[in-house]
Design a protein around this ligand. Sequence first.
Ligand code: ATP
Length: 473
Amino acid sequence: MTDTTSDNLMEKVVALAKRRGFVYPGSEIYGGLANSYEYGPAGVELKRNIMNEWWRTFIQERSDMVGLDSSIILHPKVWEASGHASGFSDAMIECKKCHTRTRADHLIENHFEAKDEEIKVEGKTEQELDEIIREQTMKCPVCGAFDWTPVRKFNLLFETHIGIVPESQSKAYLRGETAQGIFVAFKNVVDSTRVKLPFGVGQQGKSFRNEITKGNWIFRTLEFEQAEIEYFFDPETTAWHPLFDAWKAAMEHFITDTLGVRKENLRWREHGDEERSFYSRRTEDLEYKFPFGFKELWGLAYRTDYDLGQHMKFSGVDLSYTDPVSGRKFVPHVIEPAVGVNRLMAMVMLDAYTEDGDRTFLKLAPRLAPYKVAVFPLLANKPALVEKARELYDALGKHFPVAWDDRGNIGKRYYAQDEIGTPFCVTVDFATLGEGDDPAHKDTVTVRDRDTGAQERVAIGKLQEFLHGKIYR
Ligand code: ATP
């Protein structure tokens, strides 16, 4: 696998992603739309596999977790209560000459990064950011001018309207995070299930943010898939420190063991006082070493009872919990692990990208691979080979996602499957039909391993079991 900071890795992975149907630029035939992407046939499978692994690990395999699917459009008051309507904003600056809008913090960070210096901009006011930009005479990254508007805040929530006739329309928002839906449904979950504290509610789904920044591919986009958990507990009976550490361990284990990402490319970063939200006791980000630096992948925050408290205030509904044994009534506290699936996917692809001589392959964990197996007839113009290969394709297809390819020579087919990370390629050849030199090879196929390129003959009758053992080991 390639060092994630090596030259051009990002360009290579972005090019591969487009060439092989993982990720296309958004609305490309109309000239593209900044910070938006489409997930192609291989990409939708990879993204879904990551989501399914998350769901299996954190919801289905845990007795203390349940799932939820709330709405993208929630009551507008939700975002007042959460603070997003007033405070969910980025500080940005506009070039008066070419009208490019840039995030002030990114402009400053890039400026210092180019000088190999580090600066902490989190928590600085608009005025402080403005002063740094002017002191350092930072120029517009697009036209080179030094002619800025003052730094000002820009809300990230996407606005929309409910109602067809303009007079009856009311303003609403596309959700900026999935987490708020969990707080809103908290009472219903408690009342309709057998959960008891401590327990978590997890949800996956699209969130929307009006990001005006250069996006670094699918790392930061206008719409993205979030996977968030609110883990509720009683602060009097559950100590938060060990709980927080247990979540850190679970998150890290998911990245390294389930998604197969190298541990050395991960690090934890704790938010300082100036960066952490005022209601949070501790926030730590699990960061991945992207080609553009260590960046947040997955946030973990102890948010106390702030969110439920806010929703109680704004809705007037009692969201406290009654302990079934002691009868004590209180508002639960919460620890929130929040991740973006698209960021996970970018990480997985960057981490798996491997060059070995003139061979390029994605060393994806087999569970994540869009196709687990590819089946080829050696020659497309020999009906007996094609028929046998089709039979095999249909049989294996009942157990795994299988790719079919009969175009071009075998080398080209291997090359294509390597680039989408298919762990095994199965070829039906003349020996399979009993027409080869060795009669013992009748009803066997060659199985070629993506990572080593090694080939072995496996009996068709044992193939499914053979592959299953290697894919889901
Ligand atoms: P950042 O500082 O990178 O903007 P954030 O701290 O605003 O992220 P959260 O609000 O904590 O992010 O969201 C939780 C997770 O959602 C993040 O860790 C990230 O993985 C993902 N995420 C947030 N914004 C985006 C985006 N615009 N595109 C893709 N993923 C995102």
